[in-house]
Write a protein that binds this ligand. Sequence first.
Ligand SMILES: Cc1ncc(COP(=O)(O)O)c(C=O)c1O
Length: 376
Amino acid sequence: MSQLVKNIVKHHHASWIELRGDRLLANLETLRRHSGTSDILAVTKANAYGHGLGEIARIMDGKVSFFGVATLREALELKERHPRTPVFLFGNPFPHEIPAAIGANLVLSVSSYEKAREISDHSGQLGRTTSVHVKVDTGMGRLGIRVKDAAHEIMKMRTLKGLRLDGIYTHLPAAELEDDYRENQVREFTGLLENLDRNGIAFRFRHAQNSAASLSLRTPSLNMLRPGLALYGIYPDTALRKTVNLEPVLAFRARIAMVKKLKRGESSGYGRAFMADRDTTLAILPVGYSHGYPWTAWKHANVLYKGKRCPLAGKISMDYLTVDMGDQTVVEGETVTLIGEDHGSAITAEELAGWAGTIPYEIVTRLNTHIPRIVF
Ligand SMILES: Cc1ncc(COP(=O)(O)O)c(C=O)c1O
């Protein structure tokens, strides 16, 4: 950490997010090595899983085959700031979004012949050819052409002059389960690719592996990974911890805004949910549910103070939460860790999700965009 950054952290922010660029790149390499696949569509939607789109994209720019986002706004932001890396827009673009998407040279997803034709027509009018990846529904039951109709629809798409059929993909709803359902999805997708191949249609990019499948599925018919969560060093399922070592990219810290002594029998916070059963010291942190810290975690959550786990004292407010420090001597301005490592201890996003009764995806994607991000 440079002295300048240290000073910023020390003097300016009430709470902040630290991002480890080296770990992000190490996770990327770990996934490549483990899977034997070099092409990666790095999923950076939802503000790069809450980590900060600009910061994360800057670290991976030029090091992945695509960035993948779910909104036109995020796609255009990436194009403007990181023109080196192609941007893939997930989803089914609305008619009013198509001209801007084509104009920005985005790679678009198509889930029907009709949408493909619409994109092709607009491309023709703009004198462009748009790169698309065809989405096939092999069992997710969401977007995508049903696998049984896909060959026929793709043959029709081939005649569209404004499109380049560069990719084909599918999504696995239970990618962490090495079961018959997943196997059947892969078999149907591979069968489709072989059928298309026999008809002279080969796709440069063929992808299905989100994080869980990047860690647990290998099949020669696929040639690009499509991970999100794992890039950020978070496991989609605890059973996958045994596969490879991923390191969390993000730490969320705050400084103590005020120290308060509470007498036995006094309460703290809304609903008077915390009642001191002894004289104790509270540390009040300037972080609440408006920052994305999950309100439902209040009964179980801990934070780290000098590496020691300390429980919350009562309910989480909009802008504050209160920590029961017991008889420790704490000082206003000292740092507390809400997610991340501190003096050899750690609280992971997965653990906080467990306390809150949710999934780690929700924990990180909800981290407020206004929290300053500091890249190391
Ligand atoms: C179509 C698609 N592919 C890939 C991903 C990445 O999933 P994960 O974060 O589990 O790797 C997502 C995430 O929502 C997705 O919707």
